[in-house]
Design a protein around this ligand. Structure first.
Ligand code: G1P
Length: 294
């Protein structure tokens, strides 16, 4: 079995939920304090062992390419001024992995964006990470690493899932599966459905932005018909794949930070700031003062 060395990150959507800022700033570039969301996503893939990462872009998203490129003039400036920490911070994203970019010319949906990765992936398993969402498990293990472990044990594609409230069900892909008896949090997948009405949902387990897939998904994406919202849905192709081979879902115990959602974006910034030694104390004092006035 081949190890997981490649990751694919779709970052091609309009980001309509975050307009007006996403008109010119890709949502994947929005800062969690001082670091774009997508850097966190790439760091997760690297932690799971990926060396080559393909980011799928669309028009107007050149700033992602620039961000992961060197900036010799700025580096020189920082070097001359002795600003070592700042220098390190701009070099870090350029050293994470081999980062490749490709453009989706027509925005025909997530499934179509993923199809752009076919040549890059070749005949290897790959991680698929949605570029606008950070996911962290409670014990600190990278979610992608959990998927890679489940894949290594079961030799089948694995989808990360988490329970969601009934009123949130229609925003997600929802899976139906049966627990694998000797593996905690692992389900053998029966089927999955994109954004069902709560009364039609087979469970409350929602697909949460991370997948470990095999190249046989591409034939199914290439022949996929538009689904929910008239878009080519990866969920539909995965449902067809689940009818052909053993597939799995891994339940994540953790927290998802969706930068494509305004309230979640604000919360994410506060939570990450509270973890930063340089910001924690002053922010805590501010929050306490603020709460006393509410
Ligand atoms: C996509 C997927 C959906 C999944 C969600 C969160 O939807 O199509 O199945 O549950 O991401 O990972 P989107 O949020 O792009 O509409």
């Amino acid at each position: 079995m081949k190890p997981v060395r490649k990751a694919v990150i779709p970052a091609a959507g309009f980001g309509t939920r975050l307009l007006p800022v996403s008109k010119t700033i890709p949502k994947e570039m929005l800062p969690i304090i001082d670091t774009p969301v997508i850097q966190h996503v790439i760091e997760e893939a690297v932690e799971a062992g990926c060396e080559d990462i393909l980011v799928i872009l669309s028009r107007g998203k050149e700033s992602l390419e620039d961000y992961f490129d060197r900036s010799f003039e700025l580096e020189e400036q920082l070097k001359v001024k002795g600003k070592t920490e700042a220098l390190e911070s701009i070099l870090r994203p350029t050293r994470l992995a081999h980062i490749h970019f490709i453009r989706q010319q027509e925005m025909r949906g997530l499934g179509d964006a993923v199809l752009m990765a076919r040549q890059f992936v070749g005949d290897e398993p790959f991680l698929l990470l949605l570029g606008d969402t950070i996911v962290r498990s409670n014990d600190g293990t990278a979610v992608s690493k959990l998927l890679a472990d489940t894949y290594a044990r079961n030799e089948g594609p694995v989808i990360a899932v988490e329970p969601v409230a009934r009123e949130a069900i229609s925003r997600y892909g929802i899976v139906d599966g049966t627990e694998v008896s000797d593996q905690a949090d692992v389900y053998r997948l029966k089927t999955l459905v994109e954004k069902p009405a709560p009364e039609e949902a087979p469970s409350n387990l929602a697909v949460c932005s991370r997948y470990l897939l095999t190249p046989d998904i591409f034939d199914l994406l290439a022949t996929a018909k538009p689904g929910k919202n008239g878009e080519i849905q990866i969920t539909d192709a995965l449902r067809r794949l689940a009818a052909q081979r053993a597939m799995f879902a891994r339940r994540i115990h953790g927290r998802r930070y969706d930068a494509g959602n305004k309230l979640e974006f604000v919360k994410t910034n506060i939570l990450f700031a509270l973890e930063r030694p340089d910001l924690r104390d002053k922010l805590t004092a501010f929050l306490k003062e603020l709460v006393s006035t509410l």
